[in-house]
Ligand binder design. Sequence first.
Ligand SMILES: [Zn+2]
Length: 121
Amino acid sequence: MTQQPMKSCLACNKVLKGRVDKKFCDDTCRNGYNNLLRADTSNYTRNIIHALQKNRRILESFLGSEEMVKAKKEQLIQAGFYFKYHTHSATNKKGNIYYFCFEYAYLSLEHDWFLVVRKRE
Ligand SMILES: [Zn+2]
């Protein structure tokens, strides 16, 4: 008879007896664990959505009623802009990359300046 390696429940860490492919003691542990994973995922998603919505509001406030404005990187960061997050990007004919937060976009210029624009209908 071969010795099976000791396995413990993913939820409560108790040593598992029985089938080798078992991961949880029972349904309570399984459900608890899955709920925890789901909560983590939705928190993560929520945080990114919040960051994107904040980015959108910031770009909107910089732009006001203008077609395009220039903003310093520092100004954007001070307003709470997360350069990490954008919804998509687009490259124009010149090869410049516009990073979008929904219908607003920014383009990196020289010397830490950014061009802020709104997508035309
Ligand atoms: Zn358990």
